[in-house]
Design a binder for this molecule. Structure first.
Ligand code: ADE
Length: 419
């Protein structure tokens, strides 16, 4: 194969072992792969996927390929690629991959364009960068695209804005909206993998630290509960009064970032918004504060402002940059402000990605049958798919749950019976 761009093709064998390791924890996707291999529901379909290039994503790519699809993969973030995984997909599965960990922005977009050159019938995105380039710079390819999927909260928000502007040219299923996605991937996945990223980057003890979580969405609440479990004293900052109230009643201290900035030891942003940690927050932080982001884009921390406030900066460990401010405080930025769980760790564990990617595979199958009837807007994952994935996951875990009796079904459907 010549049509790929990865760091080092010789890494392939190590990558294959890790892909197999992840597959052990992905029983739902495995079952889908077996069925796809028999039924070939994606036969003849060209798919361009723009996802984090991880061992879990590799298993999704192999599932789509088993279903008959002609797949290419490009990175959805410059710092999240696992180079061994990329090499293995090219060598052992003949899947073209365009992704190199640490690539610059020019290369990142060159890779997205290479995936678009594949002339996809379907797009699969995580953050909507592929869809954005298709709609703004590669419109000549748009007419051939039938439908797509979007993995993450940030991407779904961008797509809703496109649809509201009448700018979206084909239907897209928001995988993030499936309950079997955000209840588990966003909450338990982000909770664990963000701590994993911070620990691998810094090796700091979390017990006894003041740990500030910005944003109490599904990701933020997962992280807050996991950080508390590690013995941190957790503070939550929020802009939504309802979520702030939930955080209070979940037992967290809630305050404004300008107050939290003065007392925090470790800060993590998970809001999807810009400049959540800004110049006036850096100005009051304690010496040796650690600051990182677990939201999709590297916009949540205003690093350019910290640059201006600082007299020096240096890399003191992989993924740990030390800034010395002009008033002689050390501030540590992890992973260049990019999502720390994928920059310095391996992203969410396979067991939750199993459900997220089962939603991707089954939604794509659904689109092959239904896209022609759908409008150019953002759709939720069909409820039947979501429920089916929950049932399959539970069965794979060897857990049974009750079913309603006929009497209970009748009771729930009636309105006459009261006190
Ligand atoms: N997003 C977060 N964790 C991930 C993983 N392990 N693979 C792909 N996308 C992810």
């Amino acid at each position: 194969m010549s049509n790929y761009d990865v760091k080092d093709i010789k890494l392939a064998d190590g990558g294959r072992l890790k892909i197999e390791w992840a597959e052990r924890e992905m029983p739902v996707l495995r079952q889908i792969k077996e069925r796809f291999a028999k039924e070939q529901p994606l036969k003849g379909m060209r798919i361009s996927a723009c996802l984090h290039v991880t061992t879990e994503t590799a298993n999704l790519m192999k599932t789509l390929q088993a279903g008959g699809a002609d797949v290419v993969l490009t990175a959805s973030n410059p710092l999240s690629t696992q180079d061994e995984t990329a090499a293995s997909l090219v060598t052992h599965d003949e899947i073209p991959v365009y992704a190199i960990k640490g690539e610059d922005n020019i290369t990142y977009y060159k890779h997205i364009n290479a995936a678009i050159d594949h002339k996809p019938h379907f797009t699969m995105d995580d953050g909507a960068d592929l869809v954005n380039v298709l709609h703004t710079k590669r419109r000549e390819v748009l007419s051939g695209v039938v439908a797509g999927t979007e993995e993450t909260t940030t991407g779904v928000i961008r797509l809703h804005a496109m649809a509201a502007d009448g700018a979206l040219n084909y239907p897209i299923i928001a995988i993030n909206d499936a309950l079997t996605k955000h209840f588990f991937d966003n909450r338990y996945g982000t909770g664990q993998s963000t701590l994993d990223g911070i620990i691998r980057a810094t090796n700091v003890l979390l017990a006894g630290k003041v740990f500030v979580v910005a944003g109490y969405g599904w990701c933020g609440r997962g992280l807050a509960s996991r950080a508390r479990g590690m013995g941190s004293n957790v503070i939550v900052t929020e802009v939504d009064p309802l979520k702030a109230l939930e955080a209070v009643m979940d037992g967290f201290r809630v305050m404004k970032m300008e107050d939290a900035a003065k007392i925090g030891d470790i800060f993590v942003t998970l809001t999807g918004d810009i400049n959540v940690i800004d110049e006036h927050h850096f100005a009051v932080m304690k010496d040796a504060s650690i600051v990182c982001n677990s939201g999709h884009f590297n916009v949540e921390i205003n690093i350019p402002s910290l640059d201006k406030m600082s007299k020096t900066k240096r890399l003191v460990r992989p993924f740990v940059e030390e800034y010395i401010t002009k008033d002689n405080r050390r501030i540590y930025i992890l992973g260049e402000g990019r999502l720390i769980n994928l920059a310095s760790a391996e992203g969410h564990p396979a067991s939750v990605m199993d459900m997220s990617f089962a939603n991707q595979a089954l939604s794509l199958e659904y689109l092959t049958k239904n896209a022609a009837k759908m409008e150019k807007k953002v759709y939720s994952v069909p409820e039947a798919i979501d429920q089916n994935i929950a049932a399959l996951k539970l069965a794979a875990m060897g857990v049974s749950c009750d079913t309603l009796t006929a009497e209970q079904v009748k009771y729930l459907g009636s309105w006459e019976e009261g006190t």
